[in-house]
Design a protein around this ligand. Structure first.
Ligand SMILES: [Zn+2]
Length: 379
């Protein structure tokens, strides 16, 4: 509802305009009609009757430079609320007005492009943004939505070109990473077709764009594995894993496969144990010992007692201990599970506002974020 307040700005403007005019002797035409339509339109919006509001705004004969801005924002508001049809109608109507300045026409065209994108009409959105880019080759505003379109359509080469166009404004290093991702996407496509020569070419380009990319390392290891250079593949997977433990679940089966071929199981076990102890990649080691089950699991008891494990890790640890001799009786298991769950809940939010999603540790009658009463309940 707050977003509708901006519609009151033109009213404030006309109110000021009228006061100013009262002090002058020259006769003038007051924009009563415009103000009346505005009040009517805003009223419809406030009473949740957007179609009636839309009719009022669209059928108003005159749009000046002030109301044009407001109509533009109103259309954006419809789009942000997911009402893309209304946004399109309003922006198309606005585009047909002859009273717009050149820069307003550009803004409305941009908004239309965003409407088409939101409606999933990617071809139309693309031609709108291309038109804007051609009209202003040095501008970069149209590059970002174009890049998003090409990401959706998997046109990676074009995505790279529009990212390069964004760099005209010296945008951050993150764009180097993006370009590396696009080349990796192309490399993966070629990998699935068995075109290793092309994979190599794209991986090299990705590496040139962002040298320390973990994804590039994994693709390099994949390539080595395809070429049967298993030892080098194993080392490269390990390098990627040490750089970013989050990728473990992604490359776990790959690294297990080459580890078995080159007989490096013990080395892998050491690395995973190290990751387990020093990272939050808790599931990593557990997954491995589940599959191997030949390592001592006594440390799991200490971890359940003293470490804050996530729920999947608690379930897996208990599952492993259930089948080991580390715990003798049922009586020992229950306090252990109780302690692990208590550790898990430490610092966790227990309550959540059902209205806005705000989480809190203590029950509150009124949500401190959205100020609604009686909306807090257990997560
Ligand atoms: Zn709330």
């Amino acid at each position: 509802m707050i977003e509708i307040l901006f519609l009151l700005l033109p009213l404030a403007f006309y109110s000021g305009w009228r006061s100013a005019k009262k002090n002058k002797s020259k006769p003038c035409v007051e924009p009563h009609k415009l103000a009346d339509d505005y009040v009517k339109g805003v009223n419809y919006l406030l009473s949740e009757e957007p179609d009636k509001a839309l009719e009022v705004f669209i059928n108003h004969p005159d749009v000046d430079e002030y109301t044009a801005e407001t109509y533009l924002l109103l259309g954006n508001m419809f789009r942000n609320r997911g009402e893309v049809d209304r946004a399109l109608r309003l922006h198309q109507n606005l585009m047909a007005r002859s009273s717009l300045t050149k820069s307003q026409k550009t803004s409305v065209l941009f908004a239309l492009g965003e409407d088409y994108f939101a409606a999933g009409m990617l071809d139309r959105a693309e031609s709108v943004f291309q038109e804007l880019l051609e009209a202003d080759p040095n501008g970069v505003d149209a590059c970002l939505p174009l890049r998003q379109i090409y990401e959706q359509t998997h046109e990676w080469e074009k995505a790279i070109q529009t990212t390069l166009c964004l760099r005209k404004k010296r945008l951050p290093e993150s764009h180097q990473k993006l370009i590396a991702h696009y080349y990796c996407e192309m490399a993966e496509q070629e990998m699935s077709l068995g075109n290793l020569h092309r994979v190599e070419k794209y991986v090299l380009k990705a590496e040139t764009s962002f040298k320390s990319s973990v994804r590039v390392m994994i693709l390099q290891a994949d390539l080595l594995e395809r070429k049967k250079s298993y030892k080098a593949a194993f080392n490269t997977y390990l390098k990627a894993l040490k750089q970013d433990a989050r990728v473990l679940s992604y490359l776990y089966s790959k690294i297990m496969k080459v580890s078995a071929v080159v007989g490096k199981d013990k080395e892998l076990e050491r690395v995973l144990l190290d990751l387990y102890k020093n990272n939050d990649g808790v599931l990593s080691y557990l997954l491995m010992i589940i599959s191997r089950n030949n390592t001592s699991t006594d440390f799991l008891i200490d971890d359940l007692r003293n470490r804050k494990l996530d729920i999947p890790s608690i379930i897996r640890s208990v599952g492993i201990l259930k089948n080991s001799n580390a715990i003798c009786s049922e009586h020992e298991k229950l306090p252990l599970i109780e302690k692990a769950l208590t550790n898990y809940l430490k610092g966790e939010a227990i309550f959540q506002c059902q209205n806005c999603g705000y989480k809190m540790q203590n029950y509150m009658w009124r949500c401190p974020a959205c100020y609604q009463w009686d909306k807090v309940s257990h997560t």
